[in-house]
Design a binder for this molecule. Structure first.
Ligand SMILES: [Zn+2]
Ligand SMILES: [Zn+2]
Length: 149
């Protein structure tokens, strides 16, 4: 029991987040949240469903839980120009304006979170004259797709 205390602590924290949002903490809901909290980048509904099929959780259940968790502001939903929603866990206590930018590879379509990239207050102020930011998207070629030199 002492060998890996952190995963179970994570689970307890996620359970608490679900309950704090006023949702019932069902096994399927917790499983969906757990998959996304372990993911390195935002996942599509299909990707989450594929990871949970072995657990006997069907696609419709996954989708319903994704929507519930977005409504409860535990997940954020991102559309990166390919008309596919991707889901990721929001930082606790963060609001819509604190979402981080995403990098999309033009070759393979891989999506990465740029969590360290700060879109600072002056930049936000400057863009607020144009409109409200919903999404910060950066396109390029990922390291995997760059030809070896
Ligand atoms: Zn790529
Ligand atoms: Zn992200």
């Amino acid at each position: 029991m002492n060998s890996s205390p952190s995963p179970s602590r994570d689970v307890e924290r996620l359970k608490a987040r679900i309950r704090d949002a006023g949702l019932r903490c069902t096994a399927a809901r917790l499983a969906v949240l757990l998959v996304l909290s372990n993911a390195k980048s935002p996942l599509t509904h299909a990707e989450v469903a594929a990871l949970l099929i072995d657990r006997g959780i069907d696609k419709a259940t996954v989708f319903r839980n994704l929507v519930d968790l977005v409504d409860a502001e535990i997940l954020s939903r991102t559309e990166l120009g390919d008309h596919v929603w991707r889901f990721e866990v929001r930082l606790e206590g963060s609001n819509e304006n604190e979402q981080h930018p995403h990098f999309v590879c033009l070759d393979c379509g891989a999506v990465s979170c740029l969590s360290d990239l700060d879109f600072d207050a002056p930049s936000r102020l400057a863009t607020s004259r144009v409109g409200n930011i919903k999404e910060i998207l950066i396109k390029g070629v990922c390291v995997e797709c760059q030809p070896a030199s």
